[in-house]
Design a protein around this ligand. Sequence first.
Ligand code: GRF
Length: 218
Amino acid sequence: MNRARTAVLISGRGSNMAALLDAAADPAFPAAISLVLSNRADAAGLERARAAGVATAAVESRGFRGDRAGFEAAMQAVLEEHAIELVLLAGFLRVLTEGFVRRWQGRMLNIHPSLLPAFPGLDTHERALAAGVRLHGCTVHLVSPGLDEGPILAQAAVPVLPGDDADSLAARVLQQEHRIYPAALRWLAEGRVGPDGRLRDAPCPDPAAALRNPPDGP
Ligand code: GRF
C-alpha cells in the first residue's frame, strides 16, 4: 500500500501527535507519519516523536522575527526534503500566510478545541465556560486562510458538567481530539474528503441520535 507521507506540525507537548503516531503504527493505516516538525526546538513532542523512531526537525520561528515568508520557506524546504504529501497542524502556534495555506490547500488539516465556528482563537475552554454552553468539543477542518476557518471534516461534542473548570473540560475535549484526528487523517489519506470537507461516501448519521445535555429525564 502507498501510504500518504504526512508531517505533523507542533509547538508543544504533542498529545495529538502521539495519537496520530499510534494510529499510523498500524501498517494498514493509509498514512505514515514521516516527519514531526516544530517551530520550537524545545517542544516536548519532538522528544516523544524521536523516541517513536520518527524523523523530526525544528525551524525556529524566533530566528525569523518579522519574516513570516522566510520562516515558511524554511519549513517548506524541510517538507519537500521529506517528500511530504499531507500536513497536520497539531497545536502549532504560528499563524500561516495565505501563500503557504494555498500551497497546501486540500492537503492540510487543523484540530481546534471548540465546536467551530464557536470560539475560534485561544482560551476556548475558559470562553465556553464563561458563555455557559452545555455542549463543547473539538473540530477537525481543512485549513483555509482565515484563522480557525475552513471546511469542517469532523466534530465531537462533550457535555459541560457542573463544577467543570477549564482543565477538566480541556481533558474531556482532548480525549475526543485523540479520537477524531486520526479518523480524519484516515479519510483524507484515502482521498475521500471533498473540497467542502464532507466525506464523499459518508453513511448518513442517525438523525435521532442527538447528544443532549442534560439528557432526557426518567
Ligand atoms: C489541542 O487542544 C489542539 O486542539 C490545539 O492545541 C492543543 C494541542 O495539544 N490546537 P497537544 O500538543 O496536541 O497535546
